[in-house]
Design a protein around this ligand. Sequence first.
Ligand code: ADP
Ligand code: ZN
Length: 592
Amino acid sequence: MPADALLPLLKSTFGFDAFRGRQGEVVGRVMAGERTLAVMPTGAGKSLTYQLPAVALNGCVIVVSPLIALMHDQLRGARAAGIRAASLTSVDADWAATRQAYRDGNLDLLYVAPERATGEGFRTLLEAQTPALFAIDEAHCVSEWGHDFRPDYRLLRPLLDAFPAVPRLALTATADKHTREDILVQLGISADGLILAGFDRPNIRYAVRPRVSPAKQLVDFIAANPGPGIVYAPTRSGTERLAQQIAAATGRRVAAYHAGLDPDVRARVQHEFVASEDGIVTATVAFGMGIDKPDVRFVAHAGLPKSIESYYQETGRAGRDGDPAEAMMLWGADDFARARMRLSELPEARIAGERARLNALAALVETVECRRALLLRHFGENPPERCGNCDNCLDPAAQVDATVLAQKLLSAVYRTGQSFGAGHIEAVLCGRSDERIASRGHDKLSVFGIVASEEARLIKPLVRSLMAREALDTTEHGGLMLGPAARAMMKGETAVLMAEPPVKRTQRAARGGPGATPNPVGDPLFDALRAMRRELAAEANVPPYVIFHDAVLRTMASERPATRSALADIPGVGGKKLDAWGDAFLGVIRQF
Ligand code: ADP
Ligand code: ZN
């Protein structure tokens, strides 16, 4: 059966008019009984590729998933669409009833944790009633090459092989070439079963800025973003400090989240965030794993992420519903200094790899070219030169040739003995003598006053840039010293191009344009629809987006459907939701 034959079911169950990206191909393979590995970025709509077959096929789809919280979010979503779904995990109490429902053929979808799936009891259950499909979520967990190897996943193979006729669908958002090949081998899927969707997340707008005054920069950014968002900070104390500062300055609800908090506090923060329409969480990277919240409108980084991979994964938590979302990173020279310091503590074998990671990040923060193009090239794609939806495309910075200035700067660092900070070096270069300079004779050096005043504004950004490029490093006491890349630069062997300092740019960017939410501001009908959604969500004990996404409410507000059938035409309104909540929303619309 070609996937297009399922379009009516796609509409009646999920309310969608078309498959997105490569969903149709994946569903087509599943329906044809084939084995598939689908690598699709977060937000591409992986779950639909087994949830739709779950409705279409006779028999139950088994979904193996490692994260219980994520499983339960999905369960809620599936049930709201009218799918008969259940889960077997350590926190589920109704095992016996679930197993009975499975045996009686009353389940479309059964989520199970890997450690359950590999047990004898589960195999016996499946022997009583052959499943329609095995869906293996987070399939990179089966590979030691992946970043999240779980031994339990290795035990799945015998179970799969016990039912050779049942199709297999492995799903993951993050797998490089090596990992992909390994997943295919480990799960017994042939190479032509690989479907690789692009990494691009076109609705996410990327911006990267030097960190000048982090609290203020974040507050300004958040003020333009009324929707829910995550702010990543590198340290636990940082998350708590930022939570207070942002709450005080914006009046919004902000909660800190990190591994040092009680598990029940963490669970509450996560639960409230998922349910909220405007909540903010300041978090260490521990937050976000296993959260299925499609309407996150922004992800901000208060410091440098660990790698391009983690940056992509963390920013990928924004805008999974396809609506515009923003990713903004603040970075400082000290981030690089710290990261390079940590390099030296690593075992020899890992240093080169970690250094390459850091250099890739340096390229991302330093580039005046398209950020998205750089990211996608990093993942092996061949994107267009300009995306039109990142800071550098929207507000291109002029490029300055700072090769000679860099030579002067490095030479001043060298001649002053590699122990002074950026302020002192700047004063020397600009010829501003003070007591400290005079007492050390730095005003007698050949580098004293060799930088013209109109170039002075470039010095601090250049220091940042040279730190990122490993031409400068910091001493134990915070002074500047030469780094491994300095020599080639001083000899004029490497050109140093840098972006025009961003002070003016941020002001321009701040003036330009709306925040990340396209939701109408001050539209009373839209607000009333949201209020109704909140009410229904509280009643059904689900997060608001499970009822309808913002995009659905927006369309309702602009098209004002008067009848059930007009409401059913709106993308995102499926049969079950129409029955459950359609009249409530029609009632709201009628009042306007
Ligand atoms: P993933 O698991 O790949 O990160 P999800 O399965 O959570 O993505 O889907 C992301 C969002 O995309 C969900 O909110 C879902 O409702 C929406 N979505 C999925 N398929 C479609 C489609 N064909 N048309 C419109 N929206 C879709
Ligand atoms: Zn771009």
